[in-house]
Design a protein around this ligand. Structure first.
Ligand code: NAD
Ligand code: DAU
Length: 351
């Protein structure tokens, strides 16, 4: 079986759905269930015998040691992290604790487990670390996209904590021989995306008649990838990636934030027109910029394409269509995640 950490978050839960739709191999899931972890994301799998869920922290050595001993996974996929840049600006402590110290503790548990495996199982074992393009810093408009060889120049506390975790993973391979793989992906979007992030926030605010907050001039560029494409890429890296290598994953979909928001508004105008017949784009509001806001991210995904034959299936247009429709079709999920703690965050960030 495989062990997935952060399985109740956005990408982790999509990965579990994608994996179980294609494999019979069971999945042990470990998640602390922070504000971002939501078991509703896995509710359709609640009675699936291939799924085991354990609530806990990746940094809890005793718990992780026991999990590994009990389930003997052949691979660990580490999705667990604090993931929202704006929260890292308000309070970086949790990011250091989970992304740096948590990853360190997880690596130590895994090293002890892996070292004691019989030779054949040791050779087949993999630790796959899921990371971000934000470790590379920011690009000017004419710069080539981030390649795996770009230096790390993280700019936010979130990016710095992820860069630190990537370095730890790299060092555990070079020093101890742990068979690791690292993926650095661009911005994901799709079902189960927590609405503190731009795309789901804009969909839900639009429908609720609230302002659509654009930081600064809205000309910051992100490279968007539909989450299922990311999940397929991770499965492919696990299957055939070269040990110790990093693979950049991206959608070849660079878009300015304002264009993304206008695209969402146009889809909503068609799928769920406003009662007054006016366009949703009227709700766009320019607000104070994010501190240290990175101007542009873009991924050069040629290595994973060349070595592993992966390419994204969705275009931005097809992915956004599916995403907007998913949020329209899942009002109970939306209601579940937008109560309580979420409201506090929105008040703190947007006033
Ligand atoms: P998310 O915030 O939606 O989910 C994170 C999950 O990790 C949650 O379920 C949370 O409960 C869990 N978690 C947090 N701290 C934990 C801990 N100490 N122990 C165990 N579980 C813990 O994040 P996401 O968007 O799904 O991102 C998943 C991973 O992918 C992260 O490592 C992130 O850096 C990376 N990533 C995200 C994106 C993106 O666009 N969202 C892009 C590239 C890479
Ligand atoms: O690049 C990969 C990263 O993408 C991941 O590592 C992160 O975990 C993930 O959260 C995401 O980071 P971003 O900061 O790019 O995503 P976010 O959705 O927060 O913001 C996208 C862009 O939209 C960014 O330029 C900031 C802007 N924005 C965001 C919000 C929440 C706004 O203009 N207004 C907003 O209200």
């Amino acid at each position: 079986m495989i062990l997935v950490t952060g399985c109740a978050g956005f990408i982790g839960s999509n990965f579990v759905h994608t994996w179980l739709s294609q494999h019979d191999e069971p999945v042990v899931n470990l998640d602390k269930l922070t504000y971002a972890g939501n078991l509703d994301n896995l509710s359709s799998l609640a009675n699936d015998p291939r799924l085991v869920f354990v609530q806990g922290d990746i940094g809890d050595r005793a718990l992780v040691d026991k999990l590994l001993a009990d389930h003997q996974p052949r691979a660990i996929l580490n999705f667990a992290a604090e993931s929202h840049v704006d929260r890292s600006i308000h309070g970086p402590g949790d990011f250091i604790q989970t992304n740096v110290v948590g990853t360190f503790n997880l690596l130590e548990s895994v090293r002890a487990y892996w070292s004691a495996l019989p030779a054949a199982e040791q050779a087949a074992f993999r630790f796959l670390h899921v990371s971000t393009d934000e470790v590379y810093g920011t690009l000017a408009p004419q710069d080539p996209p981030f390649a795996e060889t770009n230096p790390f120049e993280p700019n936010s506390p979130y990016a710095a904590s992820k860069a630190s975790s990537d370095h730890l993973v790299r060092a555990w391979h070079h020093t101890y021989g742990l068979p690791v793989l690292t993926t650095n992906c661009s911005n994901n979007y799709g079902p189960f995306h927590f609405p503190e992030k731009l795309i789901p926030l804009v969909i839900l605010n639009a429908l609720a008649g609230k302002p659509l907050p654009i930081y600064g001039d809205g000309q910051q560029v992100r490279d968007w990838l539909f989450v299922t494409d990311h999940c397929h890429a991770i499965a492919r890296v696990l299957e055939a990636g070269r040990i110790g290598e990093t693979y950049n994953i991206g959608g070849w979909n660079e878009k300015a934030n304002l264009d993304v928001v206008n695209t969402i508004c146009a889809r909503l105008d068609q799928l769920r027109p406003r009662a007054d017949g006016k366009p949703y784009a009227e709700q766009i509001t320019f607000v104070k910029d994010r501190l240290g806001h990175d101007r542009r991210y873009a991924i050069d995904a040629r290595k994973i394409e060349r070595e592993l034959g992966w390419r994204p299936k969705e275009t931005f247009e097809s992915g956004i269509e599916k995403t907007v429709q998913w949020y329209l079709d899942h009002p109970e999920w939306v209601q579940g995640v937008t109560s309580g703690e979420y409201r506090k965050w929105i008040g703190k960030q947007y006033g």
